[in-house]
Ligand binder design. Structure first.
Ligand SMILES: C[S@@+](CC[C@H](N)C(=O)[O-])C[C@H]1O[C@@H](n2cnc3c(N)ncnc32)[C@H](O)[C@@H]1O
Length: 211
Protein backbone atom coordinates (compact mmCIF):
# COMPACT_ATOMS: atom_id res chain seq x y z
CA UNK A 1 0.00 0.00 0.00
CA UNK A 2 1.47 3.36 -1.03
CA UNK A 3 2.18 6.00 1.60
CA UNK A 4 -0.23 8.89 2.09
CA UNK A 5 0.98 12.48 2.13
CA UNK A 6 1.63 12.60 5.91
CA UNK A 7 3.67 9.41 5.99
CA UNK A 8 5.60 10.44 2.87
CA UNK A 9 6.66 13.58 4.76
CA UNK A 10 7.54 11.48 7.79
CA UNK A 11 9.82 9.05 5.97
CA UNK A 12 11.30 11.29 3.28
CA UNK A 13 13.10 13.68 5.55
CA UNK A 14 16.57 14.15 7.03
CA UNK A 15 15.51 13.20 10.57
CA UNK A 16 14.31 9.78 9.43
CA UNK A 17 17.53 9.40 7.42
CA UNK A 18 19.59 10.27 10.50
CA UNK A 19 17.73 7.77 12.73
CA UNK A 20 18.24 5.05 10.13
CA UNK A 21 21.92 5.85 9.71
CA UNK A 22 22.85 6.43 13.35
CA UNK A 23 20.56 4.00 15.17
CA UNK A 24 18.94 1.30 12.99
CA UNK A 25 21.93 0.67 10.73
CA UNK A 26 24.42 0.09 13.57
CA UNK A 27 21.88 -1.99 15.47
CA UNK A 28 21.19 -4.25 12.50
CA UNK A 29 24.92 -4.34 11.89
CA UNK A 30 25.32 -6.33 15.08
CA UNK A 31 22.94 -9.00 13.67
CA UNK A 32 23.78 -8.97 9.98
CA UNK A 33 27.07 -10.85 10.06
CA UNK A 34 29.67 -10.02 7.47
CA UNK A 35 27.94 -8.67 4.36
CA UNK A 36 31.05 -7.27 2.67
CA UNK A 37 30.73 -8.00 -1.03
CA UNK A 38 27.35 -9.68 -0.48
CA UNK A 39 24.31 -9.56 -2.73
CA UNK A 40 21.52 -7.85 -0.80
CA UNK A 41 17.93 -6.78 -1.41
CA UNK A 42 15.99 -3.98 0.24
CA UNK A 43 12.21 -4.27 -0.01
CA UNK A 44 10.27 -0.98 0.00
CA UNK A 45 13.40 1.13 -0.33
CA UNK A 46 11.42 4.39 -0.33
CA UNK A 47 13.57 7.39 -1.14
CA UNK A 48 16.75 5.38 -0.67
CA UNK A 49 17.94 6.08 2.89
CA UNK A 50 18.66 2.40 3.45
CA UNK A 51 20.60 1.94 0.22
CA UNK A 52 23.44 4.17 1.39
CA UNK A 53 23.60 2.21 4.65
CA UNK A 54 23.83 -1.08 2.77
CA UNK A 55 26.69 0.25 0.66
CA UNK A 56 28.68 2.29 3.16
CA UNK A 57 28.03 0.61 6.48
CA UNK A 58 27.60 -3.01 5.40
CA UNK A 59 29.90 -2.89 2.39
CA UNK A 60 27.42 -4.88 0.28
CA UNK A 61 28.81 -5.69 -3.17
CA UNK A 62 25.58 -5.78 -5.14
CA UNK A 63 22.49 -3.88 -4.03
CA UNK A 64 19.01 -4.54 -5.37
CA UNK A 65 15.85 -2.77 -4.26
CA UNK A 66 12.14 -2.75 -4.96
CA UNK A 67 9.23 -0.48 -4.10
CA UNK A 68 5.65 -0.34 -5.36
CA UNK A 69 5.72 3.44 -5.56
CA UNK A 70 7.49 4.66 -8.69
CA UNK A 71 7.82 8.20 -7.29
CA UNK A 72 9.81 6.79 -4.38
CA UNK A 73 11.96 4.75 -6.75
CA UNK A 74 12.73 7.89 -8.75
CA UNK A 75 13.88 9.64 -5.57
CA UNK A 76 16.02 6.65 -4.64
CA UNK A 77 17.51 6.58 -8.15
CA UNK A 78 18.51 10.25 -7.91
CA UNK A 79 20.24 9.67 -4.57
CA UNK A 80 21.86 6.34 -5.19
CA UNK A 81 22.88 5.31 -8.67
CA UNK A 82 24.68 2.05 -7.84
CA UNK A 83 21.58 0.04 -6.88
CA UNK A 84 19.44 -2.01 -9.28
CA UNK A 85 15.91 -0.73 -8.65
CA UNK A 86 12.60 -2.22 -9.77
CA UNK A 87 8.94 -1.45 -9.33
CA UNK A 88 7.62 -4.60 -7.66
CA UNK A 89 5.64 -5.72 -4.65
CA UNK A 90 7.23 -7.45 -1.68
CA UNK A 91 4.68 -10.27 -1.97
CA UNK A 92 5.74 -11.10 -5.55
CA UNK A 93 9.49 -10.69 -5.78
CA UNK A 94 10.91 -10.80 -9.31
CA UNK A 95 14.01 -12.77 -8.30
CA UNK A 96 15.11 -16.39 -8.50
CA UNK A 97 15.20 -18.69 -5.48
CA UNK A 98 18.23 -18.22 -3.23
CA UNK A 99 19.35 -15.06 -5.00
CA UNK A 100 20.38 -13.03 -1.92
CA UNK A 101 22.65 -13.18 1.11
CA UNK A 102 20.43 -10.77 3.00
CA UNK A 103 17.07 -9.03 2.71
CA UNK A 104 16.37 -5.74 4.53
CA UNK A 105 12.95 -4.43 5.53
CA UNK A 106 12.97 -0.92 6.98
CA UNK A 107 9.34 -0.52 8.00
CA UNK A 108 7.59 -2.04 4.99
CA UNK A 109 5.72 -5.29 5.73
CA UNK A 110 3.09 -3.59 7.90
CA UNK A 111 2.07 -1.82 4.66
CA UNK A 112 1.67 -5.05 2.70
CA UNK A 113 -1.87 -6.53 2.79
CA UNK A 114 -0.62 -10.11 2.35
CA UNK A 115 2.45 -9.76 4.55
CA UNK A 116 2.61 -13.54 5.17
CA UNK A 117 3.05 -14.11 1.47
CA UNK A 118 5.78 -11.46 1.48
CA UNK A 119 7.59 -13.34 4.27
CA UNK A 120 7.37 -16.50 2.18
CA UNK A 121 8.82 -14.62 -0.80
CA UNK A 122 11.65 -13.24 1.34
CA UNK A 123 12.43 -16.76 2.49
CA UNK A 124 12.38 -18.00 -1.09
CA UNK A 125 14.89 -15.45 -2.38
CA UNK A 126 17.30 -15.93 0.53
CA UNK A 127 20.16 -18.40 0.34
CA UNK A 128 20.51 -21.05 3.04
CA UNK A 129 22.19 -19.19 5.90
CA UNK A 130 20.92 -15.89 4.48
CA UNK A 131 19.62 -13.24 6.85
CA UNK A 132 16.45 -11.24 7.06
CA UNK A 133 16.87 -7.94 8.88
CA UNK A 134 13.79 -5.98 9.80
CA UNK A 135 12.35 -2.96 11.53
CA UNK A 136 8.59 -3.40 11.88
CA UNK A 137 5.52 -1.75 13.43
CA UNK A 138 2.99 -3.64 15.54
CA UNK A 139 -0.78 -3.87 15.15
CA UNK A 140 -1.16 -2.19 18.56
CA UNK A 141 0.67 0.86 17.20
CA UNK A 142 -1.34 0.95 13.97
CA UNK A 143 -4.58 0.80 15.98
CA UNK A 144 -3.77 3.93 17.95
CA UNK A 145 -6.01 6.91 17.09
CA UNK A 146 -2.99 9.05 16.18
CA UNK A 147 -1.74 6.53 13.63
CA UNK A 148 -5.24 6.02 12.24
CA UNK A 149 -5.83 9.75 11.92
CA UNK A 150 -2.66 10.54 10.01
CA UNK A 151 -1.52 7.41 8.18
CA UNK A 152 -3.09 4.82 5.84
CA UNK A 153 -2.33 1.18 6.50
CA UNK A 154 -4.22 -2.02 5.74
CA UNK A 155 -6.63 -2.46 8.67
CA UNK A 156 -7.05 -6.23 8.61
CA UNK A 157 -4.61 -8.92 9.47
CA UNK A 158 -1.77 -6.86 10.97
CA UNK A 159 0.69 -8.49 13.37
CA UNK A 160 2.08 -8.40 16.87
CA UNK A 161 5.80 -8.95 17.34
CA UNK A 162 5.15 -12.55 18.41
CA UNK A 163 2.93 -13.26 15.37
CA UNK A 164 5.56 -11.84 13.07
CA UNK A 165 8.33 -13.97 14.59
CA UNK A 166 6.10 -17.05 14.50
CA UNK A 167 5.48 -16.50 10.80
CA UNK A 168 9.21 -16.19 10.15
CA UNK A 169 9.88 -19.42 11.98
CA UNK A 170 7.10 -21.26 10.09
CA UNK A 171 8.61 -20.12 6.81
CA UNK A 172 12.07 -21.36 7.73
CA UNK A 173 13.65 -18.15 9.02
CA UNK A 174 14.74 -18.68 12.63
CA UNK A 175 14.40 -15.42 14.56
CA UNK A 176 17.34 -14.29 16.65
CA UNK A 177 16.51 -13.91 20.33
CA UNK A 178 18.04 -10.41 20.35
CA UNK A 179 15.24 -7.94 19.70
CA UNK A 180 15.28 -4.20 20.19
CA UNK A 181 11.98 -2.50 20.99
CA UNK A 182 11.44 1.23 20.71
CA UNK A 183 8.53 3.62 21.23
CA UNK A 184 7.10 1.50 24.04
CA UNK A 185 7.20 -1.66 21.93
CA UNK A 186 5.39 -0.09 18.93
CA UNK A 187 8.46 -0.77 16.77
CA UNK A 188 10.67 -3.85 16.92
CA UNK A 189 14.02 -4.34 15.24
CA UNK A 190 15.66 -7.71 14.78
CA UNK A 191 16.81 -10.44 12.43
CA UNK A 192 16.40 -14.05 11.44
CA UNK A 193 18.51 -16.58 9.60
CA UNK A 194 17.49 -19.18 7.03
CA UNK A 195 18.08 -22.59 8.47
CA UNK A 196 19.80 -24.72 5.88
CA UNK A 197 19.40 -28.07 7.59
CA UNK A 198 15.82 -29.37 7.66
CA UNK A 199 16.74 -31.57 10.64
CA UNK A 200 17.44 -28.57 12.85
CA UNK A 201 14.11 -27.74 14.48
CA UNK A 202 12.99 -24.14 14.25
CA UNK A 203 12.06 -22.44 17.45
CA UNK A 204 8.54 -21.64 16.42
CA UNK A 205 6.94 -23.42 19.39
CA UNK A 206 8.43 -20.81 21.68
CA UNK A 207 6.96 -18.01 19.61
CA UNK A 208 3.71 -19.87 18.99
CA UNK A 209 3.07 -19.88 22.72
CA UNK A 210 3.40 -16.09 22.77
CA UNK A 211 1.47 -15.32 19.59
C1 LIG B 1 7.23 3.51 5.75
S1 LIG B 1 7.93 3.58 4.14
C2 LIG B 1 9.60 3.12 4.47
C3 LIG B 1 10.51 3.55 3.36
C4 LIG B 1 12.00 3.24 3.62
N1 LIG B 1 12.20 1.80 3.76
C5 LIG B 1 12.48 4.00 4.83
O1 LIG B 1 12.66 3.38 5.88
O2 LIG B 1 12.65 5.22 4.73
C6 LIG B 1 7.27 2.12 3.36
C7 LIG B 1 7.72 1.95 1.92
O3 LIG B 1 7.23 0.68 1.47
C8 LIG B 1 6.69 0.82 0.19
N2 LIG B 1 5.71 -0.25 0.01
C9 LIG B 1 4.44 -0.31 0.48
N3 LIG B 1 3.86 -1.47 0.12
C10 LIG B 1 4.79 -2.17 -0.58
C11 LIG B 1 4.79 -3.43 -1.23
N4 LIG B 1 3.71 -4.24 -1.24
N5 LIG B 1 5.92 -3.84 -1.83
C12 LIG B 1 7.03 -3.05 -1.85
N6 LIG B 1 7.08 -1.83 -1.27
C13 LIG B 1 5.97 -1.39 -0.64
C14 LIG B 1 6.12 2.23 0.16
O4 LIG B 1 5.95 2.71 -1.16
C15 LIG B 1 7.17 2.99 0.95
O5 LIG B 1 8.21 3.47 0.13
Amino acid sequence: MKLNFAETLLVNNPVRALVQRRFEGPLLGTLAGDLRGARVLEIGCGSGNGLGILARQFGAGEIWAIDIDLRQLRRARRRFQQAALSGASADMLPFRDGAFDAVFDFGVLHHVPDWRRAVSEIRRVLKPGGRFLFEEVTRAALDRPLYRAFFDHPRENRFSEAEFLTELAWRGIAPYPQMRRVCFGDIFIGAGIVIADPDIPLIHEKYRARA
